[in-house]
Design a protein around this ligand. Structure first.
Ligand code: ADP
Length: 347
């Protein structure tokens, strides 16, 4: 009895320590019966009917006891089919002759980030390969065609196009990884959104003129927002660029700006090819393109909308899409308006 009291005391002291460290952990006896657990362990739902739910975790505790060593593992843990699957790192070790302690760390988010990063790097390598191998082939062709000025001219033009594409891709990759890392170099300040839209239109004017697309922007000044104006400008430039690129010659692209429920909303409207509904959710993913061959013709990277989405999210906003194939698309970019401005409006 005294022994069992002492064991319980050791267990509860250990758990008190885990509470201080804010760690998920359970203390169990020689038959893996849980004696005590920390609040974090309860949050995860590690224990049911005095047993740790996962057979792998029980095995880990047994191993620690048998080998008298600290043992660890990384594994997936699912409490039940209504709970999310967690990726955990677990370590079991002897606490005393009668007790084993199991420490669990939820690494789901870290693993997701790792995977996202790995995917990103894989995608980048894949996307870089296309223009690089085109450049290499073109330069070989150029060497062979030295005596034929017409061919040389053609290959040189293609070479220039491919290297421009490579440059654009690298620039967007850098922009995107910066935004994703939350490393906004630009200054956070209050700025007039209408002016930034005008700038973004200006940056696309040459492209629009060369495609015969007319941009009609209705951008009232005085709608103030907080944030990184450079990043917002980059996002809007991408949206307008897409509207122009995915429109037919002689069509119009419209841009509107208004305030709705405390948010500044920029609508970029085109009457272009539209986006089939099954692709609409995915086009904001990195490197996702509805029609990769067409996108390649337009010099697309599949990164533009991903930058737009991150820019909106980083500013507490969002980007939404309404689109019908062959009728056109409307992208709406919303970010909160500057607070003082909002209260003046409410007066
Ligand atoms: P890209 O550089 O290929 O244009 P984005 O990330 O900007 O990459 O866009 C992803 C894909 O979404 C494009 O490849 C295209 O298929 C589709 N898309 C984007 N904007 C439009 C638009 N305004 N009209 C039709 N399709 C669009």
């Amino acid at each position: 009895m005294v022994g069992s009291h002492k064991v319980k005391k050791v267990a509860s002291d250990a758990v008190a320590f885990l509470e201080v460290l804010d760690t998920a952990g359970v203390v169990a006896d020689l038959s893996n019966q849980v004696i005590d657990q920390s609040s974090k362990a309860k949050d995860i739902g590690l224990v049911e009917y005095d047993k740790v739910i996962s057979p792998e975790l029980q095995e880990l505790m047994t191993q620690a006891r048998v080998t008298r060593q600290s043992v660890s593992a990384e594994l997936y843990f699912v409490k039940n089919n209504r709970s999310p699957k967690l990726y955990i790192s677990a370590r079991a070790t002897l606490l005393s002759e009668e007790l084993v302690i199991l420490l669990v760390e939820d690494r789901t988010e870290a693993k997701r980030l790792d995977e996202t990063r790995r995917d990103f790097v894989e995608n980048i390598s894949h996307e870089l390969k296309t223009p690089i191998s085109a450049i290499s082939l073109l330069s070989e062709a150029l060497q062979v065609a030295l005596d034929d000025p017409a061919q040389v001219k053609k290959f040189a033009a293609n070479l220039q196009r491919e290297s421009k594409r490579l440059g654009a891709l690298v620039t967007k990759i850098i922009q995107l990884s910066r935004i994703q890392a939350g490393d906004l170099k630009g200054e956070i300040a209050v700025f007039d959104l209408g002016h930034v839209i005008d700038e973004a239109v200006e940056l696309n004017q040459f492209l629009a003129d060369s495609k015969g697309v007319r941009i009609a922007a209705d951008t009232p000044s005085g709608i103030m927002v907080d944030g990184d104006s450079e990043l917002i400008s980059m996002a809007l430039k991408n949206l307008i660029e897409n509207a122009v690129l995915y429109s037919e010659a002689n069509s119009n692209v419209g841009i509107g700006l208004s305030v709705v429920d405390g948010f500044a909303e920029v609508a970029v409207i085109d009457k272009g090819i539209g986006i089939p509904v099954e692709h609409q959710e995915r086009i904001f993913e990195r490197f996702y393109r509805v029609d990769p061959s067409r996108s390649r013709d337009t010099g697309g990277t599949g990164l533009g909308l991903s930058i737009v989405k991150h820019a909106a999210n980083n500013h507490g906003g969002e980007v939404t899409l309404f689109s019908k194939p062959n009728l056109g698309s409307t992208f709406t970019f919303k970010i909160p308006i500057h607070q003082d401005h909002q209260s003046e409006d409410d007066k």
